[in-house]
Ligand binder design. Structure first.
Ligand code: AMP
Ligand code: MG
Length: 422
């Protein structure tokens, strides 16, 4: 790696280069299915049974034999009652079974007539009049209609969401083997930073600002299933930066910093990472978010120190919106890959711009926008990389290619924050 002259790279190239380093973490753990939301499967889930296990009723009503009901108005004898969780016996000709949603269909029955289409007659004698002609198979949920025995229900590398947890439970799994959480150490850099709560707004010194990046980065890491060590603010000093990075590298998979990745003499991240390992400082052709650093912090001592035992390093720009956007476009896919997720590309949507963007930029832009009720996108008026309001107001980004103007009504590429955060 070289960091002498930072080359201008495309975002796509930067992402490919970054993901080339994201080898899946080797550790796995077994967790309760209850606790597995957001985790990534380390095993394939194969179903040991059909779901549903047998043919069952999709309605409250009567199980019948179609051959008995060739015309509306036929009266059948109700000979059994089958609630969910119980099973009946073979249905004799000219009889019906009172049945409830989810109850197994008795042998011999080939249709369910919903109770709204039936009426009880001679209540004491237990007859039911069927006021419709059933179609064979109607209102029967077939065994294995959802999952067949032996089918792969969820693949290895699949990220578990609420529906996937329900599927795992539905095939009888109370525990799941998942990739261990990435351990991430988070640092903010900058002597101007003050923690909210430490100093009230009216007592802020000139030049001081509150540390906002620390809050959104923590929340973003949390949503990606990381185990976070929040190491707070590192002062803009060489020795302090070195000591902080060296120590964090020992027991983390990734050290993530915000700020200090430019090349001014107050930016200590670059020389510190170079001293402790290796660094690629990229000037990415994107706006916001030009500077981004990837590196390795070597662990071990003496001859044992080297890339074979290293902690990943990612350095985000300090400007809040740049930090936010580069996290979502670069660090998020990296962290998902560490957990073994194969497809890390966010889904894009073509939506109409309800705004004009008369000046394209020579860098690819990620404009903060919001979907409106008319199905289009509104633009936040101030797109400066320091204006975090744009990200809090917006619900996503327009990926606008370099040197491209937008005219109201044009179809543009939209990436939702919901997609980029989860
Ligand atoms: P830097 O990348 O360190 O040169 O910072 C670029 C800009 O982002 C400066 O205006 C910093 O004050 C601001 N900045 C850096 N870190 C943070 C942070 N954690 N929260 C809010 N603003 C920040
Ligand atoms: Mg700084």
């Amino acid at each position: 790696m070289s960091a002498t002259r930072a080359p201008l790279r495309s975002l796509d190239d930067a992402l490919v280069a970054l993901l080339a380093h994201a080898t899946r973490l080797s550790g796995t753990e077994t967790v309760s299915t209850f606790e597995a939301d957001g985790r990534v499967l380390a095993q394939e889930l194969v179903s040991a049974l059909h779901v549903p296990p047998q043919d069952n009723s999709a309605m409250d009503g009567y199980a019948v034999r179609c051959a008995d009901v060739r015309e509306a108005g036929v009266v059948l004898q109700v000979t059994q009652r089958i609630p969910a969780g119980h099973h009946g016996h073979a249905l004799e000709p000219l009889s019906a079974a009172r049945i409830f949603t989810g109850a197994p269909v008795p042998p011999g029955a080939d249709a369910i007539v919903m109770q709204e289409d039936c009426e009880l007659v001679n209540e004491c004698e237990g007859g039911v009049r069927v006021n419709t002609v059933p179609r064979s198979g109607q209102w029967i949920r077939r065994a294995g209609e959802d999952v067949t025995r032996g089918a792969v229900v969820l693949a290895r590398g699949q990220r578990l969401g609420p529906a996937a947890l329900g599927m795992a439970a539905g095939i009888g799994l109370s525990q799941l083997n998942v990739v261990r959480r990435p351990r991430v150490a988070l640092f903010s850099t900058g002597d101007e930073l003050v923690m909210p709560g430490d100093v009230p707004p009216e007592q802020m010194a000139p030049g001081a600002i509150y540390n906002s990046n620390r809050f959104f980065l923590r929340a973003l890491l949390q949503r990606l299933g990381c185990h976070i060590t929040d190491c707070g603010i590192v002062p803009d000093q060489r020795d302090a930066t070195l000591a902080a990075l060296r120590s964090a590298a020992q027991d983390h998979d990734l050290v993530l910093t915000s700020g200090g990745v430019s090349v001014g003499e107050e930016d200590h991240i670059k020389p510190a990472v170079q001293q402790l390992g290796e660094l690629d400082l990229w000037q990415i052709s994107m706006k916001p978010g030009k500077p981004f650093a990837y590196g390795k912090l070597y662990r071990g001592e003496g001859a044992a120190r080297g890339p074979q035992d290293a902690c990943h390093f990612a350095g985000l720009p300090g400007n809040p919106v740049s930090s936010y956007v580069t996290f979502m476009l670069l660090v998020r896919p990296f962290l998902l890959r560490l957990q073994g997720v194969a497809d890390v590309a966010p889904v894009r949507m073509a939506l109409p711009a309800h705004f004009d963007w008369p000046r394209g930029d020579k860098r690819r832009e990620f404009l903060r926008v919001r979907r409106n009720a008319a199905g289009g996108l509104d633009l936040f008026p101030n797109q400066s990389s320091g204006v975090l309001t744009s990200a809090a107001w917006g619900d996503g980004l327009v990926d606008n290619p370099a040197n491209t103007t937008i005219t109201r009504g044009d179809s543009v590429q939209f990436l939702s924050f919901a997609e980029l955060m989860g």
